[in-house]
Design a protein around this ligand. Sequence first.
Ligand code: GLN
Length: 559
Amino acid sequence: MAARKKSTKVAAKVKQPSFIFVVGGVMSGVGKGVASSSIAQILQARGLKVTALKIDPYINVDAGTMNPTEHGEVFVLKDGLETDQDMGNYERFLNTDLPSDNYMTTGSVYLSVIRKERNLEYDGKNVQVVPDIPLEVIRRIKRAAKLADADVVLTEIGGTIGEYENILFLEAVRMLQSEMPERVAVVMVSYLPVPGSIGEMKTKPTQHAARTLGSAGVTADIIIARSPIGVDSKRKEKIAKFCNVHKENVISAPDVDSIYDIPLNFEKDHLSDRLCAMLNLPCNQRPDLTAWKRFVRSSKQVKKPVKIAVVGKYFNSGEFVLSDVYISILEAIKYSSYALGVKPEITYLSAQDFEDGAELKRLRQFDGILVPGGFGKTGIAGKLRVIEYARKNKIPYFGICYGMQLAVLEYAKNVLELSDASTEEIDPTAAQLVIGVMPEQRAKIAKKDMGGTMRLGQCPARLQKGTIARHAYKADEVLERHRHRYEVNPEFIESLTAAGMVFSGVSPDGRLMEVMELPSQTHPFFVGTQFHPELQARPLAPHPLFTAFIKAAKQRGTK
Ligand code: GLN
């Protein structure tokens, strides 16, 4: 009887995920990250379980040690890994948290191969760049697939085809493609310039990129043709002919006003159909993008402006302004604004410009002021003046991480009249270190053990009843993501509180001040968070604290 039962038992089907790789042709900066996020999203909209990975080809083990003007925003995952801003795009488009398994750099891959070699895990073998580095890459991609129980794993390879840096990652793609050709698809995001002098769209750079990809043993199955305007049928034919892809697999991707149109544009060229057919994916439903379309519509209907100033220090790079450095903050402001029916007008102001106080009056025109996170001395004097102005003139103020620490410092200096107050980060010899180094960070700083050692990732905070924070979140405890080494010095909490500052969010052990605010009776909105709420704001789930801030700004705008 038992034997018979056994023979009729159907073995549990092991999921066989498919792998999509996104590579860049021609040049960088054409929206490969957003294209990757959009592909992942349209497949998710077809009921598939999708996860997304990013590979960055630099030696840094993570993005945490890089200056934002070099690299853009550092996006912190829930479990604390400091990554590239594309991970933020994936989380926002997929409306999901991603684990650190979904991010790797050349440095992190080498580090684990070398560690394994030191642990004798290669059994005395000669460990080689090829195949051992690509094999480690493949192992990590498969691990991420398993962890997410994914039907489809999308992996974006940073950089552009033809660079030395990403050749080992392309080799991983080649190896996986030859192992399971029916389960691997390669998407090349290319660029088709329309030179003003000729007025015609040129396909030659894309042809060269496809050839260079071919020389790495990898063929593109889909070409996303980025260009200022849509790609016509004639040019699609040309690309198809010279790049060895089917004409229907050339997807037109013209410039758009909003990145959130991109998934919808891809669907106009039936991209998810093409991928589902190519990889034989189990997607039996039409893409359900209803909520997304509603969000996109709401973003276009808003008319009444809400004017927000973001006062930072990483904006200027030569003659260019880098708004990417605060990308999650900008997006978070947008989501809450759309939800409240207002059109965000965001102005980037350099903190350095406010140092002598002459420019402060410019701030009066804004409905809200936000000081984002930051490190070091540059711009501090200007930020303190801006915060003082916002506090005294009752302009809604939102301070994030450094923006909260500096709001506390400003209060200590100007309300408690502690004239020698400072933060240990910039003046460890000051008499009143209102912001001090966290005890567990001191030894790390002394040893210069700086990579991946800040207080990172999601931690809980308890919210105090009757406060702005508690009212916004409508929860007693929240989980938010952190990235810092300094904290409000516990020695000053009593005097700050006595002078009217409210610490409305604290760590469960009561030690760390996570949210600061001034009572709503004295200021319309003066809130700071030690954590980074922007990292958890999503198009389909605006962040409650950003919404509270924009609401206050909107109210000021109507006065
Ligand atoms: N520099 C501050 C610290 O390390 C703030 C960090 C931040 O704004 N992310 O605590």
